[in-house]
Design a protein around this ligand. Structure first.
Ligand code: GLC
Length: 480
């Protein structure tokens, strides 16, 4: 039996700001339980719904010391549908409603979390053979393990993996402040370790000290070794290229199943989508006060509203949407400049644009089901989950060929009649528009479109294959 502990700052259904939470909330269920005991450890945030905190068992509490700081640390445990989740409790750091706040707060609280993850291990009924860390918030785990715990017999031999879900966020703060917050010795704050342009960089620490580094698609793995996508760490990633792999994310096939999704107006499957998807579309148009029209090309966009998602390209072509028989349905929150832009367009063009600047899982499902196409022209995209969900719901993604979008969407080839979506290569608004227009033209040919929808719906993006790749990686690192 191999014992794996996934460390993360987010996991569905307890706390979520992005795709990381979906991954951590679904990957552990996909392993062969006979050979892999995969558990999760995360902070016990004040925002975790009471229905879950009520069910948690208190294990014990300890003190965790970081330099001069000595902090309370409670440990809770919950068996959620067969996977064990451990929660690190500390009112001071995690008591509030927001998962993240100012970076200087976050550096200190995730330094605490990382140190706590290691400190609590002797108090659990579970000694992991490998700790699988996710994003910068857990980047210090391999560092602490190496620098402060390795001498202890209990910890000796524990392996670590650092998975990069988004290289853009690295956890960077001043050198002396970070040294104070982490309690780590001065010698780790050098350019070959945590130092980065005269600051401290927590993700860099994870990349340097972990036994293996992964990211969430093959293409992103290659991209981050270039200056354009490398966010300043491409040199380090090239240096670690022998211990770097790309494993594509899956999605939870039970949660995202149009045949079994109670959040939809009408459920459907591969045999009846051509009538049932339409019913979803008409009902959504009604709900959102858009003109009810079966033939209007409906394009969905469910996203964090950040630069990463290519929204400046969309801003550039907004007026072109308005000139044609297209409805644009947006759902998400984020950068006020994009929130305001979409709100303005919706106010001035209520028959074309519906801007839902909020977070709603229910509306997200309804949009995935009702739309004809789904927009994702990302500047970069480590993996992307929305395009996978779209395809599962028979909604063809329109994507830029980057990262996981490139690896998962097969662009339409009219000669072969093959494809699961549409794609363009350069980060250019005219290319995006041409691609949307091309999709709209294909949409007019019902038979051809439905043929693509079928291909999208039959593609397998469940976790099974990728969990197998992680399992192999765990086994290799554990030498058996
Ligand atoms: C981040 C990335 C996204 C990826 C997700 C889960 O949110 O931006 O591309 O799918 O992490 O790995």
């Amino acid at each position: 039996m191999k014992r794996i502990l996934l460390a993360s700052s987010e996991a569905v259904p307890f706390a979520k700001t992005g795709g990381l939470a979906d991954v951590i909330g679904s990957l552990p269920y996909a392993f062969d339980k006979e050979h892999y005991d995969v558990r999760v450890i995360m902070p016990k945030y004040g925002s975790i719904p009471k229905e879950y905190t009520d069910q948690m068992d208190f294990i014990t509490h300890i003190n965790v010391s970081l330099g001069w700081r000595n902090k309370y640390c409670g440990i809770f445990k919950l068996d959620y549908n067969g996977v064990i989740f451990y929660f690190i409790d500390d009112e001071f750091y995690f008591g509030g409603q927001n998962i993240y706040s100012y970076i200087h707060h976050d550096i200190e609280k995730f330094a605490f979390f990382s140190k706590a993850v290691l400190s609590v291990l002797p108090h659990l009924d579970f000694r992991p053979d490998l700790i699988h860390c996710n994003d910068w918030q857990t980047g210090l785990i391999p560092v602490y393990l190496n620098v402060q715990f390795q001498h202890d017999q209990f910890y000796r031999g524990i392996k670590t993996i650092m998975t990069i879900h988004n290289l853009k966020y690295q956890g960077i703060w001043g050198l002396s402040e970070s040294q104070d917050a982490t309690g780590l010795p001065e010698y780790v704050f050098t350019p070959d370790k945590l130092e980065y342009k005269n600051d401290a960089n927590l993700l860099k620490g994870g990349i340097v000290y972990a036994d293996h580094v992964t990211t969430v698609s093959e293409t992103y793995k290659d991209e981050i070794q270039t200056a354009y996508y490398g966010e300043g760490l491409d040199g380090l990633l090239r240096a670690r290229s022998n211990s770097l792999s790309g494993i594509i994310n899956g999605i939870d096939y039970k949660l995202y199943d149009p045949a079994n999704d109670d959040l939809l107006f009408v459920k459907y499957n591969i045999d009846n989508f051509s009538t049932k998807k339409k019913e979803n579309k008409l009902a959504l148009q009604k709900l959102l006060n858009l003109p009810v029209s079966e033939t209007t090309f409906m394009v969905g966009l469910v996203s964090r509203l950040t630069d990463q998602k290519g929204l400046d390209l969309i801003a550039y072509i907004m007026n072109r949407f308005l000139d044609h028989d297209i409805q644009l349905v947006i759902l998400g929150t984020g950068d006020p400049k994009y929130e305001n832009m979409f709100k303005n367009y919706a106010n001035n063009n209520p028959d074309k644009v519906s801007a839902n600047i909020t977070f709603s899982n229910e509306l997200a499902h309804k949009i995935y089901a009702a739309s004809d196409a789904f927009l994702m022209p990302s500047l970069f995209e480590p993996c992307g989950l929305s395009q996978l969900i779209s395809m599962r719901y028979g909604t063809l993604p329109i994507v830029r060929e980057t990262g996981g979008l490139k690896d998962t969407v097969t662009p339409y080839n009219k000669y072969l009649g093959e494809g699961t979506g549409f794609s363009f290569s350069n980060y250019n608004a005219d290319e995006l528009w041409d691609c949307i227009w091309y999709a709209k033209t294909v949409y007019e040919d019902k038979e051809e479109w439905n043929n693509l929808v079928k291909q999208a719906m039959t593609k397998d993006f469940s976790w099974e294959k990728s969990a197998k790749l992680y399992a192999d990686l765990y086994s290799n690192l554990l030498n058996n």
